[in-house]
Each structure stands twice: as C-alpha cells, then as structure tokens.
Design a protein around this ligand. Sequence first.
Ligand SMILES: [Zn+2]
Length: 380
Amino acid sequence: MRLKRSLHALCELYNTLRAEKIQQYQQNHQSLSRTELRSLALQIRRNNPKLRQVYSQAEQNVADRVAVAFKNYFEGRARFPRSKRFKDYRSLTYPQSGFKLENRRLSLSKIGKVRIFLHRPLQGIVRRLTIKYTMGEWYAILLTNRTEPVKPDINHVANDKVRGGDLGLTQFLTFDNAESVEYPKFLRVAEEKIKHLQRRLTRKRKGSRRRRTLALQLARVHLHVARQREDWQNKLINAIFKECDALVLEKLNVAGMLRNHHLAKAIMDSSWSQFAYKCMHKADMQGKHVLFIDPYGTSQFCHQCLTWVPKTLADREHRCPNCEVDLPRDLNSALLVRKLGILSCSPSDGGLSPAEPKPLPLRTLRHGQAAALKREAHNL
Ligand SMILES: [Zn+2]
C-alpha cells in the first residue's frame, strides 16, 4: 500500500528533523526556523529514495509540523515534542495542491487514484487535504475556504422563530410546541452492547490475546456508536434550524455530571453536552442562534404565571394551582425555557443598545419582588 509506505517515510523524516533541531540547539544554541527545517527536509529527500516517492509538499508539511510542535512547546501550549513511533504517525497533508477530486475519486500526486465517499457536499474551494488512518480505515479531511454566514442580530429574530427545548431522560428533547424527540432505540441497544463487552473485557487476563481481540472489537463498536450518534444529532439539529432561527436550551450542569456514576445517566449527559456543542457549531455555520439560560427552577416554575410549583422527579405533570394550567412537565419546562430566552435578550430601550443579555430572572423571582417581570412575561 503506497499510502502506508508514505506514512512510514514521513514518520522517519519527522524524527530526523526533530533530532536535528534538538542537536542544533544543544551544540550551537541555534534554533532552526521553519524555512531552515523545510530546506533541510529537501536535502534529506534528495538522498532518500523512499522519500522521493512522496509528494514534495506533503514532505514540506512534515517540516512545518516539527516547527509547530516546538513552537507550541516554547509557548507553553504543549509538552516537549516526542519522537513518533510509526503506529502513532497516522496522517499526511497536501497543503495546497497535488490532489484532485473528480467523480468520487481522489487522485493524489505520487500515490494514484483512490475511491472516496463524500459525507456531505463540498462548499467552497478545497485548500488543503489531510489523509488520516484510524482503526484500519483511511479518511480524507478536506479543508475549504467557505466563509461563515453573517448572523442576523439576535434582537431582530421574530418571537415565532424562537424555539425552546428541554433535555430530559424520558424524552431526549421536548419542544415548546409540544413536539418531542426520543433518544433512538438503536443507540440504546448499541450502548447495552458496549456495556456487555466492557464487562467481558475486564474478566480477561491482561496482555492475553483474547483480551486484545476483545479490546479491538470494543473500540470498533465505540466508534460505530459514536458515528451513529453524531449522524442522528446532525439530522436533528438540521431539522430544528430549518424551522427556527434561535434555539433556547438550559445551560448544562457540568459539575453535577462529573459526579454521577450511574451509567445510563452518564451516557445521556454526554449525549446532551455533545448535542449542545453541536448546536453551537451548526448555528454558526447556518447563521442561527443558540441561547443557554440558567437552569435554575425551570422544572418548577409555571411557564404561564411564574408561580413556584414544586415537583419531585417522579411528578410527570405540571398542575398550576394559580392559573390552572395542566401540562406534561417537560412541555412546561420547554415553554418556560423559551420565554426566559426571549426575556434575557429583548433590549429594554427598543433595540438601540447592543445585545446585552439581561441578568436571568428566576432566582430573584423565587424571593418575591417580581411583579414587573411577571407582567412582562405575561405579555409574551
Ligand atoms: Zn400558572
């Protein structure tokens, strides 16, 4: 396989350049610059038949990687660059040219044509290509120079384009329009499988062949589930932003997440934070907004009259003694979350000031003086 041979050669080059840089520093107290590393790489290439079979720019990119690794170290962002083992050196980059994409085939200079599956249509012009090898599979990462869309001002988003969502255990997500999304069964099943494999793995002797095989199997299932989950979340978020311009969610309680040991809960927590993170990313790409509000009391207050209606986790219904609203609790939360999102943004001076989020209202509400706020909320 030519790709593998290229990786091998580039890994050796990386280690040689790294060693050279260290040696120059120790002997002459000179720090080799990126340009010097590049020309050094060229010299090495001339006398090395293996490297001559690698595209020259991919080889120059190795010099850049060495330079960046040391820069990160000197600026305190990373550890001292280590020498790479072949099994850890898994990607090569075509920084500008030397590749061409046509008819689902990627032609690589010095390597040849490979079949490629595009996961999404390309937007913009491809500037840079990285080929990566993980878990026995090859990936092409294409970097394009698409510009991000300009976000409309959050204060100009119409209220009917704002969606509130409540993340929960029974339903993954409940919206303020009473629609809800279940956490898909196939993911639950796959997670059960992981649990099962994990248990079997711990019973195998360390260093045994069976343990290795099982560990690989487990890693594959993990990867598979991760991809399925990602795909599912992407589709969900695309569907949400197709209909609305701003999504309001609760800020997740990360400290609470770290403390819990219950597996099902831990999995949900990690899906939620992944979901929240993805929402932000997608919102940026599509020119939409995501707001995170203080989760304090969102399951207790009545969304309509803002009366405190205490519930335990087992209470699935919200029945307000004050305004007689009767709703599933998740729906009440979603409605309240949406309301809080809108309140936290709408400017008090008719939109003249820059979007300055107001302090979040519920905490003060709990302690009485909030008639004005109640009136304001009532008009929404
Ligand atoms: Zn009420």
